[in-house]
Design a protein around this ligand. Sequence first.
Ligand code: DON
Length: 312
Amino acid sequence: MPDTQPLDLQAILQEIHAKLEPRLGEGKVADYIPPLARIDPRKFGMAVVTIDGQTAMVGDALEPFSIQSISKVFTLTLALGKHGENIWKRVGREPSGSAFNSIVQLEQEGGKPRNPFINAGAITISDLILAGHTPREVIGEIVRFMRYLANDDEIVIDPAVARSEEATGFRNAALANFMRAFGRLDHPVEHVLGVYFHHCAIAMNCVQLARAGLFLANAGVAPLSGHTVVSRERAKRINALMLTCGHYDGSGDFAYHVGLPGKSGVGGGILVVAPGKASIAVWSPGLNQNGNSLLGSLALDMLAHRTGWSVF
Ligand code: DON
């Protein structure tokens, strides 16, 4: 669709919601922790915030959900801010081709995770942003960053989710200890995991999340405040990583169907960036076989089709 035609984003979202309504509840809700297993699988919310400040939303777009791995976009941004391109000595930039919590490549590749979005990579990023600080200080810093980006002081960590992540996070503990054994973590494993579990437990709604991602759609500048969050070049690079690695082993499929940088979480959320246009967040808790929101991915496929926003 040519750029010159005005888009009625609210009508497009309503149309997508209506089309998906008969399918609400499809997919498998994450059940590795009780606070996620309890979520109503029929929830569905979607929000689009454009770089010129328009907001469109539908369904449960104002209901907070567990952003989980979507937080990894923002911890990556913080790590790049603290250490610049040096972070790439510690974590790669290639799709892993395996599950988000896989350990197998770590042994083959000397404890260096393939990318910052798989669990091992995000744990490494938590180590990098600790940078000699306490977990409490860094967790506070991440939450303040989210509040600043979304311009919303209500954003919090869900304490029940954080506790459950900690109580059941044996696989993440294995990944962290394995990397520590390779000499690849600078801080104690429990500090690193404390940061990781807490940022996964941040709760946000679709509107807050779409607002928080808007700097990536606007060459690094948060358009609502005019603040430069990252350079144009860095925004481009974060988007490239989201496109190639943001959906784990489903990244190719997401790029094929949606054609936009995106990052999913097992809470059923997906954050998507339409460069030069908008930031989009969708939430539908039922997941597909790769741990990405099933209906959320379909909704984004429809949105990309209706708006012509694909980067390709
Ligand atoms: O660390 C974990 O495994 C969970 N907190 C889930 C991370 C996540 O969202 C993976 N994404 N699909």
